[in-house]
Design a binder for this molecule. Sequence first.
Ligand SMILES: [Zn+2]
Length: 247
Amino acid sequence: MGNRWTTRYLLRFDDICPTMNWAVWREVEPILLDNGIRPILAVVPDNQDPHLVKGEHDAAFWSNVRAWQARGWTIGLHGYQHKYETKSAGIIGRNPYSEFAGLPEAEQRRKLAAAFGIFRSQGVWADAWVAPAHSFDALTVQLLSEFGLHTISDGYSLLPHLGPQGTLWVPQQGGRFLPVPCGTWTVCMHFNSWTREDIARFRADVTRYRAHIATLPEVVALNAQRPESWHDRLFFQSLRTLRGMRG
Ligand SMILES: [Zn+2]
């Protein structure tokens, strides 16, 4: 309902991997199901980051991912190994470290080929790109397009918009629900470190904002042909600066 300006929230859960915080997830997943929410789950194809070891290794991990995708949930490609190699903040500029930004083309291509290869071998496809640490560069975007992935969950615009290579940028502005008057807002949930209070707040937020929680395919359909405008650039620069000042 509404037009593309109508307030819509997308829910994104990062750092989905076999050793994620299953104790928290077992509380979160029923909240999503009970409310008919179809979130973005950003899956690490081959996690090598010790910070993402928050629970017992789940041998049935990939069958879970296939089940989520079969349910109509969006699966994001969250890098390759979640291992930071460079000190580049990339296009978004949120964190001065990256698995991709600043690396030569051959190296980025090798990592992406391996990442897509794991998804393919597990019978999962990538609906969107979700860069670890929000850090990637123009080369990454070009390579993603070559691999057939044309949706990026990142950036600070108010609405999704097209960029180079016909890629659709769906903005990801923060980690909390805010009572905003309009626009598409992706709320990123770092559930791996959630406490009981965080779970309770999430449950309350979902109840409060339920009518405005949308899905990635919905906002892609609404904005698939929308070119970048002056206010996209203005929002991007303003929020990039604000986030940078907060550190
Ligand atoms: Zn991550």
